[in-house]
Design a protein around this ligand. Structure first.
Ligand SMILES: [Zn+2]
Ligand SMILES: [Zn+2]
Length: 368
């Protein structure tokens, strides 16, 4: 009951405005003030809905024009065969009115299934958005696996209303735009008969109802942005460009809808000693020429911190890397490990003393 409200003023139209103009004005304002929108206002949105509910209905409008109010006694009482009866919408309701308002896309349902009377579940608010972040780790962390704390700025359910967006005690009002159906349908004539297009009602985001008292904390959206720390377990053997999914750590959906997921794009930083090729590691090892010639001991430490010490074989082919089995990276989800390949880089002395030169010449004679 709203006797003092000026519905024309609320919609910003003249008293003699056409149905088309009223529809247009409503669409524009509903778009602007939708509580789920930035700068949206639930109270204003409700008022706009109420005004449209009356002014879009010929009977109610003339009643309002004459008496300045509408007798609301028994909402939907004039229902009968027309499911939209009494709510200000007729069967010719134009669903394109709401195009571009929500993130929903139209869905096609075959008239055949509709004909079978298969009832569809009422749509609820759309699931929250997935989020993507990047996560940088070291090769050592990729080797052993790690747990990382990630700072995420994401929407979480409003604690005041537990995500409902409104005070449950105050209840809700049926959405005028969809007559409480939560969806808007349109029959289109096509090549193979009629198809029924069903879209989630953008005005109520598919819920069929508009809250009476909006939660002050979240302005009715049911979610608020917050910074949180999320612990992520990174499996041993992970490689760059791999993605770790943390279920439900994305944005919480509006009004208690399911949260999206968080995707972490992993980057393993380049290592100063090891180059990675899949699960194998390659290490360049500088060795003095004389060590190679004298089959000296070679000491290397693997990425896992294991020490390996071995004699350089007398028949070593310097161009071939030395392979240490299973000293490489773990294979993701398995106990197997790749190999470590050591590529020898010969280090020649920069400057030779006269004595050294003389000895080398002597050595040449000896070797030949
Ligand atoms: Zn809230
Ligand atoms: Zn609706």
């Amino acid at each position: 009951m709203a006797s003092s409200k000026d519905y024309y003023k609320i919609l910003g139209v003249e008293r003699g405005a056409s149905e088309e103009d009223i529809k247009k004005a409503y669409r524009k304002l509903a778009h602007q003030h939708h509580p789920d929108k930035k700068g949206g206002d639930a109270e204003q949105f409700k008022a706009i809905n109420e005004a449209y509910q009356v002014l879009s209905n010929r009977e109610k409008r003339s009643q309002y024009d004459r008496f300045g109010r509408v007798n609301e006694g028994g909402q939907g009482g004039s229902g009968g065969a027309n499911p939209f009866g009494g709510f200000g919408f007729d069967m010719n309701f134009d669903p394109s009115m709401f195009e571009g308002m929500g993130g929903d896309t139209g869905e096609i349902f075959d008239a055949f299934f509709e004909g079978l009377g298969i009832k569809r579940r009422r749509r609820t608010y759309e699931r929250g958005e997935d989020l993507e972040l990047s996560l940088g780790i070291t090769l050592e962390e990729a080797f052993s696996g790690t747990v990382k704390d990630i700072n995420v700025s994401h929407f979480v359910a409003c604690k005041d209303c537990k995500g409902a967006g409104h005070d449950p005690k105050e209840g809700t009002t049926q959405c005028a735009a969809c007559a409480g159906q939560g969806e808007i349908r349109e029959t289109r004539r096509g090549f193979f008969g009629n198809s029924i297009y069903i879209k989630a009602c953008a005005a109520c985001a598919g819920t069929g109802s508009i809250p009476n008292k909006v939660c002050a904390k979240c302005s009715g959206v049911g979610r608020l942005k917050e910074k949180e720390t999320v612990s992520v377990t990174v499996m041993a053997g992970i490689e760059s460009e791999q993605i770790v999914k943390i279920a439900k750590a994305g944005n919480c959906g509006a009004r208690g809808a399911e949260a999206g997921d968080l995707y972490l794009h992993v980057t393993v930083a380049p290592h100063k000693t090891f180059e990675r090729k899949g699960s194998d590691l390659i290490m360049k090892k500088e060795v003095p020429l004389i060590d190679i010639m004298t089959n000296r001991k070679l000491d290397v430490t693997s990425i896992g911190g294991d020490s390996y010490s071995f004699d350089l074989p007398p028949d070593i082919a310097v161009s071939e890397p030395i392979r240490i089995p299973s000293a490489g990276m773990p294979r993701l989800g398995s106990r197997a490990r790749g190999n470590l390949y050591i590529e020898l880089v010969i280090r020649k002395p920069k400057k030779l003393t006269a004595e050294a030169k003389r000895l080398l010449e002597e050595l040449r004679g000896e070797l030949e």
